[in-house]
Design a protein around this ligand. Structure first.
Ligand SMILES: Cc1ncc(COP(=O)(O)O)c(C=O)c1O
Length: 391
């Protein structure tokens, strides 16, 4: 029997991280101690308040049945409350909210509702790979890569996109606070993006999983504050260190939400009810736009780590700025290095794992990403090892 993949599957790029995993496995056999600053998966644990609620809720028989794929009413109402308290926005729980199985699922499946073969989707690059691959290419659409450059503060330069591309665009993904660059978007920029969307008639998917991952006084907005005709996708993954629980939500324009619900109702059976309820328990801790203690305490830990890493890198002559948000530090590869992958391999040899910029697309080349997912002592150890490689 000859097995042939569908064309759209063949169009998916090779997984760049396989090469890193292979090298890591080889080094592990040599007994090397790895400090992993690669994957954006929090090392901190889910707040006790949420864990206790999970344990209580899982015991209740009615929470053990099939969930509604759009999310339980209590979940959708909890999300509506959160947008009111956190962003001052009003949504309708029946029509303008849906549950997703983590932001990733929502970001990918939304394209199935709106992208026909050949349609253009505006995707930031470097960016979360799902926009171009899991979403656009798997719907036979065409990703148009919007470069995020340091010169433009890692915001897509909308003026540089040709009118004929804008006219054909059906959807745009935007993600601030941004993975991988750590950049944030000024309100004026979001207004401009919304104006473009109106002028050229495309929808914006505002991917906002790092909305609570902010430092100091900075409070991240949602694009929906500027115009609720688009949608935001967010999740409990980063806010509550719940990456393994797969619970998120999409909020905004009723017709867009309806499209996503329609797709999902044919595909999945929803996030377990006890998880939905525990997430709402966490979100109910918000009494204003300010982060509640269960979130703030973790952000203070990440902030200290960020300071140790960035100040340490600057000290060894590898200069970068402190990001205002996310738990990522995006930095140009040191002078004399030819590409991000080769440089990452050099660091693997000394047991430090970071992510090559090329893993986030062609415009990520020349950069690498650190994730602040190790305690301060390990970050210091990583800095010492990096110093030896560089100097
Ligand atoms: C930019 C961005 N969007 C979406 C996600 C999806 O997260 P989750 O599916 O865990 O909600 C991630 C996760 O790393 C991300 O970095």
């Amino acid at each position: 029997m000859k097995i042939e993949y569908a064309e759209r599957v063949n169009r998916l790029p090779k997984y760049i991280f396989v090469a890193i995993e292979e090298l890591k496995a080889k080094k592990k056999k040599e007994g090397i101690d790895f400090i992993s600053l690669g994957i954006g998966d929090p090392d901190l644990t889910t707040p006790e308040l949420i864990i206790n609620e999970l344990i209580n809720q899982v015991k209740i028989p009615e929470n053990q049945n099939y969930p509604a794929s759009m999310g339980e009413e209590i979940f959708r109402e909890g999300i509506v409350r959160w947008y009111k308290v956190r962003f001052g926005l009003d949504f309708n729980a029946d029509r303008e909210v849906t549950n997703v199985l983590g932001g990733k699922e929502g970001v990918a499946n939304i394209a199935r509702a709106f992208i026909n073969p050949g349609d253009i989707v505006l995707c930031p690059n470097p960016g979360y790979p799902v926009y171009a691959n899991g979403a656009t290419k798997l719907c036979d659409g065409k990703p148009y890569l919007m470069p995020l450059t340091r010169e433009n503060k890692f915001l897509p330069n909308l003026e540089l996109i040709e009118t004929k591309i804008l006219k054909k665009a059906k959807m745009m993904y935007l993600n601030y606070p941004n993975n991988p660059t750590g950049a944030i978007a000024p309100i004026e920029y979001l207004k401009k993006a919304v104006d473009y969307a109106e002028d050229y008639n495309f929808i914006i998917i505002y991917d906002n999983p790092y909305s609570e991952f902010t430092f100091g006084d900075y409070i991240a907005p949602t694009l929906l504050q500027i115009n609720p005709d688009h949608i935001e996708i967010n999740s409990a993954s980063k806010t509550f260190n719940m990456t393994g629980f797969r619970c998120g939500w999409a909020v905004g324009n009723q017709e867009i939400i309806e499209g996503l619900r329609k797709i999902k109702s044919q595909i999945d059976s929803g996030c377990p009810i006890f998880i939905q309820k525990a997430v709402i328990k966490g979100l109910n801790e918000y009494k204003s736009e300010k982060k509640p203690e269960i979130v703030d305490k973790n952000m203070k830990i990440y902030e200290k780590r960020r300071d140790v890493l960035v100040e340490g890198l600057n000290k060894i002559g590898w200069e970068t700025d402190k990001p205002k948000a996310t738990f990522y530090v995006w930095i140009q590869i040191p002078e004399g290095e030819t590409n991000s992958m080769d440089f990452v391999k050099k660091l693997i040899n000394v047991g430090v794992i970071i992510t090559p910029g090329i893993g986030f697309g062609q415009y990520g080349e020349g950069f690498v990403r650190f994730a602040l997912t190790q305690p301060i002592e390990r970050i210091k150890e990583a800095l010492e090892r990096i110093d030896k490689v560089l100097n």
